[in-house]
Design a binder for this molecule. Sequence first.
Ligand SMILES: [Zn+2]
Length: 114
Amino acid sequence: MNQCPHCHRTDQQVKNGKTVAGSQVVKCKVCNRKYVPQPLPAGHSVATRQQAIRLVLDGNSQRQAARHLGVANWLKAYADGLPPTLPGPDGPVEVAEQDELFTFIGEKKTKSTS
Ligand SMILES: [Zn+2]
């Protein structure tokens, strides 16, 4: 049973979606506040992060990789902190992939379709 950290009730605690890291969010219907009773200690696992990076470097867009693995926020943060040139054995290819990352960052505003 989850206990609300604000009013310390254990009843009327309902599930309310999940955080970007995949932790269960619980909403207290007594005080209407949300909390995460068991947050993941480090968010995504190292394996998941490496897989996300690999997907991007293999030619998937960052958006595709993030959607596939559910790591959108983390991957965006990683991309924002990318060095000007990615280290790697395949120079020209890495540059092409990095362009894709920057393109995604530049287009993060939702576009009107009309
Ligand atoms: Zn509460």
